[in-house]
Write a protein that binds this ligand. Structure first.
Ligand SMILES: *[C@@H]1O[C@H](CO)[C@@H](O)[C@H](O)[C@H]1NC(C)=O
Ligand SMILES: *[C@@H]1O[C@H](CO)[C@@H](O)[C@H](O)[C@H]1NC(C)=O
Length: 363
């Protein structure tokens, strides 16, 4: 049964691609077929992403009133021929690399990309927005796209997809899609620690549970919208960010903050198992905490030489619009962090590797 629907689906996609090729160019056909074979191996029709700057390919570009943007150099310096897209890194994000490994494309485009073509909808898009979090208030602090709003865009996406390939095929595409959810850090760094609204109301432990409840609500909604395979990325050891070390005036990672991330991840993992047991949905927990910490502890093993600061500017404080036009280090691949907050593409490769492993085993 599964096999038959998969074959039918591939046929639909191939027919669509063929149509596109006839009207566009012949070169796309060869690469489309090659990628289709790869994707067929894992039955992944498309990658659909919700989250924050770790997975935002440029949805924030046209937002008003936010400094949370990355559509200028040196962001994107190693993307294609030096092309800033809105990604908060030098090259591709983990979700781009995952799409290449499991899906049909070497990038995952932003849903709000003005050059997005209808055909792109077949292979997945990202609804993520830098600065967003599980708590909708987090997105409000920086005027970016909340998870609630990202889900609204997903609903709109579904309507467009149905118009494009019909009811049955769009259903199959969604059923075979891998969904990725990656956020949580901003709920602490941009909300709880700096804004009294939540911190006056909740202790850290209470706020963690509040975030998990928000996540649960959204995952249930995703399920009701047809999400069947969901990978949730855990929190990173954010106490190790160059920005945090600068604020704490220390060369060591902030252990209290790392503990917050670690205990949050435990709650998240338990909630995912519970949700998987009650909903007809497969979930994967992508544990990036250990991967990142191990890399920070043994940088040379992964070819890194600089773990204290980011590659751009002073590497200690700048990110977002404050990065505009700054100089970069010479060898980008030797740095774990690109700015004071976000990783380099080299680090995103390592993270993507972990994500692909857990997606293949659990989904
Ligand atoms: C993706 O692949 C296309 C076609 O092979 C290539 O032209 C493009 O540079 C690649 N994009 C990135 C960001 O690697
Ligand atoms: C965020 O802002 C919107 C629009 O101003 C508002 O409707 C919503 O209640 C706010 N959400 C939170 C959690 O504060």
């Amino acid at each position: 049964m599964k096999h038959i629907t998969w074959v039918t689906l591939n046929l639909v996609i191939v027919m669509y691609l063929f149509q596109a090729v006839v009207t566009c160019n012949a070169r796309a056909m060869g690469s489309a077929q090659k990628l289709r074979v790869l994707a067929a191996k894992y039955h992944v029709t498309s990658i659909l992403v919700f989250g924050d700057s770790s997975v935002d390919p440029g949805n924030n570009n046209n937002l008003q009133n936010t400094w949370h943007k990355g559509n200028f150099l040196p962001y994107g310096k190693d993307f294609g021929h030096s092309h800033p897209t809105g990604r908060f890194t030098n090259g591709r994000l983990s979700t781009d690399i995952i799409a290449e490994a499991l899906g049909y494309r070497n990038i995952t485009k932003a849903y709000l990309d003005r050059n997005l073509m209808e055909e792109d909808l077949l292979h997945g898009v990202s609804f993520a927005s830098g600065g967003s979090g599980y708590d909708d208030y987090t997105a409000n602090v920086t005027n970016v796209i909340s998870l609630r709003k990202q889900l609204d865009y997903f609903k709109e996406y579904k309507i467009r997809l149905r118009k494009l390939v019909g009811e049955e095929s769009s259903h199959m595409i969604l059923e075979n899609a891998v969904f990725i959810l990656s956020m949580g850090t901003n709920d602490f760094l941009q909300n709880y620690y700096v804004d009294p609204t939540r911190s006056q109301k909740f202790t850290i432990a209470q706020y963690q549970r509040f975030l998990i409840n928000c996540m649960e609500t959204y995952i249930k909604e995703m399920h009701s919208l047809g999400v069947r395979r969901l990978a949730v990325v855990g929190m990173e050891p954010f106490g190790c960010m160059p920005l945090i070390k600068t604020l704490k005036n220390s060369r060591k990672c902030d252990e209290d903050m790392n503990q917050v991330a670690l205990s949050f991840n435990l709650l998240l993992k338990a909630k995912l198992s519970a949700l998987e047991a009650t909903l007809s949905m497969r979930t994967a927990f992508v544990d990036i905490y250990d991967v990142i910490l191990n890399t920070l502890r043994n940088p040379s093993k992964y070819g890194f030489t600089e773990i204290e600061k980011g590659c751009c500017g002073d590497g200690l404080t700048e990110f977002g619009t404050s990065l505009k036009g700054l100089n970069t280090c010479t060898d980008h691949s030797k740095y774990i962090y690109w700015d004071a907050v976000h990783f380099t593409e080299s680090m995103y490769y390592i993270i993507a590797d972990e994500a692909v492993k857990s997606i293949i085993t659990s989904l």
